[in-house]
Design a protein around this ligand. Structure first.
Ligand code: COA
Ligand code: MG
Length: 283
């Protein structure tokens, strides 16, 4: 099996730590991961109250779902205090923004005392040139695409197919897989464009992302549908496994199935799809 991570992370909903109403809602939202944001969604004057709110949510717990806090970078006036406040808090990961090098990861790991895994935002132009160094840094659990910041830094205006980012999306997934990390796609800003959102979820799944970061609870259901194996995929996976289990195929590396060549590597993919489905409670 490749370095794919099995724990379902189809959806990761950002919630601004400064938005008490939104924070009060997260227990009703069915996202696999909740990311409380202390960074770009929080104004400077609200940084201290947002930090305290994140610690309170962590102490209250989130029944089974992963809780991640996106801190301010150590290069800002707030990052050190964010890490200090979260030391020992019952959270699943700390998401570090604007990571540009392996040294950036190491600095945050050292300051956080290595108590929880770090996740790295991949959103600076420099990070694109140093993906291997970042993804292989000790202490990291996931890469998270920050496509809004990336567009800003590149001065790009992405089209609906995000063709300007194709290489970066593919390289980020490859970097994650090479080092056994989870990898999440960037957010979709157009809150009322449901068809566009569904298409972008499908686009991300086709690249191999485990899931997508979200900005609104209403995006969760469509996202889960896109990042879960559907009935046809599950049935196809079961057919491949059954075909290679037949005695006449025992010594074959490649067979014909439903008009297609199928190799033993496809059996491994089929096993991964079924294992993922089991983790999602689908099989
Ligand atoms: N998490 C939890 N609840 C949320 C939410 C979120 N990300 N976004 C909205 N809600 C809640 C609202 O609080 C509101 O609750 P209510 O019915 O109790 O009042 C309800 O969902 C409907 O919200 P709506 O009016 O549709 O959204 P809005 O116009 O108030 O806010 C945004 C729109 C984009 C400002 C808001 O969704 C948001 O802040 N998203 C996250 C932004 C973020 O974290 N960005 C950083 C990473 S890119
Ligand atoms: Mg960003």
């Amino acid at each position: 099996m490749t370095g794919a991570v099995l724990r379902p992370r189809r959806s990761a909903l950002y919630v601004p730590g400064s938005n008490a109403k939104a924070l009060a809602k997260i227990r009703e939202v069915d996202a696999d991961v909740v990311i409380i944001d202390l960074e770009d969604a929080v104004a400077p004057e609200a940084k201290v109250t947002a930090r305290a709110a994140a610690v309170t949510v962590a102490q209250d717990g989130l029944d089974g779902r992963e809780l991640v806090v996106r801190i301010n970078s150590l290069d800002t006036p707030w990052g050190g205090d964010d890490l200090a406040a979260l030391r020992g808090a019952p959270i699943d990961a700390i998401l570090v923004p604007k990571v540009s090098s392996g040294d950036d990861v190491a600095r945050h790991v050292a300051t956080s005392a290595g108590t929880v895994p770090l996740w790295a935002m991949i959103e600076t132009a420099r990070s694109m040139l140093r993906l291997e160094e970042i993804a292989s840094a000790p202490g990291l659990g996931a890469l998270v695409m920050g496509t809004n910041d990336l567009a800003k830094e590149m001065t790009a205006t992405p089209d609906t197919a995000r063709s300007q980012f194709s290489g970066f999306l593919a390289m980020s997934v490859a970097a994650a897989r090479a080092f056994g990390l989870a990898v999440l796609d960037g957010v979709y800003n157009r809150l009322d464009d449901e068809a566009g959102f569904a298409a972008e979820c499908a686009h991300g799944r086709a690249f191999g992302f485990d899931g997508k970061t979200l900005i609104h609870p209403k995006q969760v259901a469509v996202c889960h549908a896109a990042f879960s194996p559907n009935e046809a995929e599950l049935a196809a996976a079961e057919r491949i496994i059954a075909a290679f289990a037949m005695p006449e195929n025992a010594d074959k590396g490649a067979i014909r199935l439903d008009g297609q060549m199928v190799e033993r590597l496809h059996r491994q993919t089929a096993l991964r799809i079924l294992a993922t489905a089991k983790e999602m409670g689908l099989r």
